[in-house]
Design a protein around this ligand. Structure first.
Ligand code: GLU
Length: 507
């Protein structure tokens, strides 16, 4: 769905709800007769416009989340546009990685993905329109000349800026001509930013921007304006590394006769040392967090709090976020990435997750360790024994190792302390009685262990710790009753017998 387009043809106006610039181009309609575009103001349309030159970064994901939430909060539309005009650095693998990461986070898009590189004809048509209206001009200054002037300006202590050599020459098209936008040097351009407030730029600071390079391809600032206008974007929510591009883009909107959208620039994310978040601070790719065993809702909950707040509240479900998220509570200052808090949230969401769902999430991690994942019922028991004890899915997978393999490897200290001749006798008594134990429930097992303890005239720990080491190899584990139920009588007896052998072999 594209925005309203008002097309003026021979003194009649036609309001089209269904046309994009692409349609107009294909139908050979003439822009120069006057094309005005009116975004349907009541419909919020946001977008995420990543350049596919790498994986989806934590910062990009946070920007996408804010734009997504904004659209969802206002019942609007969220678009995805892949800005692949840098033909050397853009790859299909990166595009797929970005789509996968957004999907994993649950950030669904209503339109797209649009590919900017496929829209070059539309960009070129808009360049032509500006040329025809005298708002743009051909420039034949060579990169060498421009570089020399730039250096000279720097040595003379001036800010480098295009000196307007070709501005008034009215040069015709030539194969190596770039196109520049004639930027008014007078006055100021005001950005009323939804996050940062009013920012005023002096137009004097702005160059006659190149909008089409010598190779015939549009520059970022031009393509982004044409595409955002064509796609009816009403709110451009993006990282504040683009804030200095915004006045140039506003002038382009005005030059092209398009309604200027609203802008919201969100501050960057920093590491604990207050420098821009990078690999030095740990993983920065969204998918690396998936592979480290984080749940998407933990990451989403974590990301939303990087720069946005709602009182002291820390835990938010997605539906709650959609209800309460606005840009009003997005802070101006940079947010600091705190891995411990993310871990804490992940642990919270793991505990909250229904066991069956968590089993599903665990599958790739178990398979990765080569474990047999055939018995769902057993896996459900493993997860419920461990889910409150692990902070990530990877931790849970590693902690579950002893459930999958009856050939328990005993911790050295645990077996030295607990698998001895006395323990072997207690364990033998257990192994003898367990097969006929009627009430094999947590309660029944507890009563059974107490009874055996009393019969053998000792205390519970003397029985329970060797049993724990026999079953898990360790002195710390989930409740011994839970472990016994998960393993089942047969495997419990098998492990006890093995531990008895081991204890005896030590003498
Ligand atoms: N493609 C640009 C980037 O990845 C974003 C452009 C924008 O949001 O305006 O930085």
């Amino acid at each position: 769905m594209f925005p309203l387009i008002l097309l003026q043809c021979e003194h009649t106006y036609e309001i089209r709800l269904d046309m994009s610039f692409a349609d107009i181009l294909m139908n050979n309609l003439d822009f120069s007769v006057g094309l005005a575009m009116m975004s349907a103001q009541h419909i919020v349309r946001t977008r995420f416009a990543p350049s596919p030159t790498g994986f989806l970064h934590i910062g990009g994901a946070r920007t996408a989340l804010f734009a997504w939430l904004y659209a969802r909060h206002y019942g609007g539309r969220f678009l995805l546009r892949i800005e692949d005009t840098d033909r050397l650095r853009s790859t299909e693998a990166s595009t797929n990685a970005i789509l996968d990461a957004l999907t994993w986070l649950g950030l669904d898009w209503d339109e797209g993905p649009y590919f900017q590189a496929r829209r070059v004809e539309i960009h070129r048509a808009m360049v032509k329109k500006l040329l025809a209206e005298g708002k743009a001009y051909y420039c034949v200054c060579t990169p060498g000349e421009l570089e020399e002037k730039r250096k000279r300006a720097l040595t003379e202590g001036r800010k480098p800026k295009y000196d307007g050599t070709c501005r008034d020459k009215n040069l015709p098209w030539s194969a190596d001509a770039a196109v520049r936008f004639r930027t008014s040097q007078a006055g100021v351009t005001v950005v009323n930013d939804l996050v940062k407030g009013v920012i005023t730029f002096s137009n004097e600071e702005l160059d006659d921007l190149i909008i089409q390079r010598r190779d015939g391809y549009p520059t970022y600032n031009f393509a982004v304006v044409v595409d955002d206008a064509d796609m009816g974007i009403t709110h451009v929510i993006r990282g504040d590394d683009h804030v200095n591009n915004t006045p140039r883009q506003i002038l382009l909107y005005e030059g092209l006769g398009f309604a200027v959208p609203q802008f919201g620039h969100v501050s960057m994310i920093m590491g604990s040392d207050k420098t821009r978040l990078s690999k030095r601070h740990g993983a920065t790719s969204v998918m690396a967090y998936r592979d480290m065993g984080y749940l998407p809702e933990a990451l989403v909950n974590y990301l939303v709090r990087l720069g946005w707040s709602h009182g002291d509240q820390e835990i938010f479900s997605l539906s709650e976020l959609i209800r309460i998220f606005t840009l009003d509570s997005v802070g101006k200052s940079a947010a600091v990435f705190n891995p411990e808090k993310l871990l804490w949230l992940n642990q919270y969401y793991m505990k909250e997750r229904p066991t069956g769902h968590l089993v599903q999430e665990m599958m790739p991690f178990w398979r990765n360790l080569g474990f047999d994942t055939g018995d769902r019922d057993f896996l459900g028991h493993v997860v419920s024994d461990l889910k409150s004890r692990a902070k990530t899915l990877v931790e849970l997978a590693e902690a579950s190792t002893f459930y999958f393999n009856d050939d328990i490897v005993y911790d050295r200290e645990a077996s030295d302390t607990f698998l001895n001749a006395d323990a072997a006798e207690h364990l033998a008594a257990l192994a003898e009685k367990i097969p006929s134990l009627g009430d094999y429930t947590r309660k029944g097992i507890e009563t059974f262990l107490r009874t055996v303890t009393a019969q053998r005239g000792t205390n519970l720990k003397v029985i329970a710790q060797p049993l724990r080491v026999a079953l898990t190899g360790k002195t710390v584990s989930p409740g011994i009753d839970e472990v016994m139920i998960t393993l089942g009588k047969e495997r419990v007896v098998k492990r006890i017998k093995k531990a008895i052998e081991f204890a005896k072999s030590k003498n």
